[in-house]
Design a protein around this ligand. Structure first.
Ligand code: SF4
Ligand code: SF4
Length: 442
């Protein structure tokens, strides 16, 4: 049974730009920039230096603690190890690789037979996922092995997030249409880790082809239900998806495991399948490159480290991009330097022209309250923004800014185009800085 979450909006989907474009393999460019930080947690330390030769899938960065390794996506020579521009807007230590176009595979990479996979224990699967550098690929980039190990004994319901409710983005839709067996195979591995006999795939009803492909690859004995949910933004947000599929509400400040749930993006499931069966770490991902000024929007299978510029150029554009986002127009992060590389969490590059409705930014609140009706977390965006403007940390906390899931429904519905989500990201950072300062004083 599907439950209906509070709030949300119906933004113009604009999926038609790319939803019928088959996934194309993007040829690796001559130069790739592989950042040491592509996940939530401690950045990797480079394991290679300038002049070293590397092979496809070779580990080139790792660290202790909350961290996953990064791997070379091509073979070639390390040209530099230095700070480079990153989608976060900062610079990050990165390994720059000159591609030799030989595609020489790392000798550590070995596929497993189905029998070998069946014999793996949950701990061994978690270890393989860790070594494969797998993170949440819907944009969250939380290390997947930590979510798996932390959920054992707590999780009774696992849900694949194939919602993909953001406008323009079609990467997961195409993935489910073209490689459903890998999404389902990844889910089965997750079910094995948690010791579950049942699993769910949550998907919006605007993706009938993907639903059909997934159903065609399922057998009753798999114990996997396809939950077709009404298309409404942000149906693909973790807490909203959990509510829609199970009727359970994740408490304020809580994690999905608090209500026995764990959610994995469809692309993450494929990445788990790839590393367990093929032995291939996360070195490529599907990226939708779309937008109103692109000549030919595409869904591309992209080597990690490929620049946004290369991908945008491959699609062609009819005018100079006015706004380029890493991600979609609701939750994406505007990019000012298009030399930034594609990293594990980039599911889309949205390229907008000056006249696009999603490209407007002129802030002045009209006090209309529409943002309050739209918020799926039952927050008061107008008051949260006011608290930010007054730089009042106590007030920011009291209006629960930290509970904001940054879905962008409020900003979308706001007739004055107040940059609410951007403001809430800043506010959260101010709260975190304040907490760190307080801790340092103790
Ligand atoms: S306040 Fe946060 S959670 Fe609520 S609609 Fe705005 S971005 Fe989404
Ligand atoms: S929707 Fe926009 S204009 Fe209306 S109250 Fe909220 S922030 Fe202000």
């Amino acid at each position: 049974m599907a439950f209906s979450f509070f709030g949300g909006v119906h933004p113009k989907e604009n999926k038609w730009y790319a939803c019928d474009k088959e996934i194309q393999e993007f040829p690796a460019p001559d130069l790739l920039v592989i950042p040491m930080s592509q996940h939530i947690g401690a950045p990797c330390k480079p394991l290679v230096k300038k002049g070293d030769l590397v092979t496809v899938g070779q580990k080139i960065g790792d660290n202790q603690g909350l961290c996953v390794p990064v791997h070379a996506s091509v073979s070639g020579k390390v040209k530099a190890v230095e700070a480079k521009a990153h989608t976060s807007g900062t610079t990050v230590m990165s390994v720059v690789i000159e591609n030799d176009h030989q595609n020489t595979l790392c000798e550590d990479i070995h596929p497993r037979t189905p029998e070998e996979v069946n014999a793996l224990t949950p701990e061994e699967i978690i270890d393989i996922v860790h070594e494969g550098g797998i993170v949440g690929m819907g944009g969250a980039t939380f290390p997947t092995h930590v979510k798996l190990s932390g959920g054992i004994g707590k999780v009774d319901t696992v849900i694949v997030n194939a919602g993909e409710c953001e406008p323009f983005i079609t990467a997961d839709d195409r993935l489910c249409r073209e490689m459903p067996e890998r999404v389902i195979g990844g889910l089965k591995l997750i079910m094995k880790v948690f010791g579950l006999k049942e699993g769910h795939i949550g998907i919006e009803d605007n993706k009938p082809e993907a639903v059909k492909a997934l159903r065609a690859n399922l057998e009753t004995a798999d114990g996997i239900a396809i939950d077709v949910l009404p298309a409404r933004y942000p149906q693909g947000a973790e807490k909203q998806l959990i509510y829609a599929v199970t009727g359970r509400e994740v408490p304020s400040g809580g994690l999905p495991a608090a209500v026995g749930c764990a959610v994995f993006n469809a692309a993450t499931c494929k990445a788990i399948y790839d590393v367990v069966y093929d032995g291939m770490p996360l070195i490529r991902r599907i990226v939708t490159v779309s937008g109103d000024i692109l000549m030919e929007p595409k869904n591309l299978l992209v080597p990690i480290g490929t620049s946004f510029n290369d991908l945008i150029d491959a699609c062609g554009h009819s005018e100079n991009p006015y706004k380029v986002l890493s991600g979609g127009p609701m939750m994406g992060v505007a990019q000012y330097d298009l030399s930034v590389p594609t990293i594990k969490g980039v599911n889309a590059i949205t390229v907008l022209g000056r006249r696009n409705e999603y490209a407007v930014d002129e802030p002045h609140c009209l006090r209309c309250g529409k943002c309050i009706d739209a918020c799926p977390m039952k927050l008061m965006p107008v008051l949260m923004y006011k608290a930010l403007q007054s730089e009042d940390i106590a007030e920011m906390k009291s209006v629960h800014i930290m509970d904001c899931i940054e879905c962008g429904s409020c900003a979308y519905t706001c007739p004055a185009s107040v940059p609410l989500v951007l403001g809430f990201r800043v506010a959260k950072q101010l709260i975190r800085n304040d907490a760190a300062k307080a801790k340092a004083k103790v």
